[in-house]
Design a protein around this ligand. Structure first.
Ligand SMILES: [Zn+2]
Length: 104
């Protein structure tokens, strides 16, 4: 029995766009794109565990990217992925835990 595993597979998720920003690199004034980039630990070529997550905003013209805080990126999330891909069960669990923790 042996395992095939690896690091380094990356997935990119679009999180929406910012207000217009003047790019210092190309000078264009455009809404920048927020993205979440995850690096995955994979087993048998299937990504199983994200071991690193970075949030960036990038210029749509020249693709210059800047690292941003998660909070900033999440504020621009749009659509059904806003809960980070959690299932309803996971979301309910998390909400219940939040309620529970608040009672202390
Ligand atoms: Zn640019």
């Amino acid at each position: 029995m042996f395992f095939i595993f690896g690091f380094g597979k990356q997935t990119v998720k679009e999180l929406g766009t910012s207000e217009k920003i003047r790019c210092q690199n190309c000078g264009n004034v455009r809404p920048w794109e927020y993205k979440k980039i995850r690096s995955w630990f994979s087993l048998f070529f299937i990504p199983v565990i994200p071991y690193k997550t970075v949030y960036i905003k990038s210029c749509p013209v020249c693709k210059t990217g800047l690292k941003v805080d998660k909070e900033e990126a999440v504020n621009h999330m749009q659509g059904p992925d806003i809960h980070d891909g959690l299932t309803d069960v996971q979301r309910n669990y998390r909400e219940q835990m939040d309620t529970y923790n608040r009672k202390d």
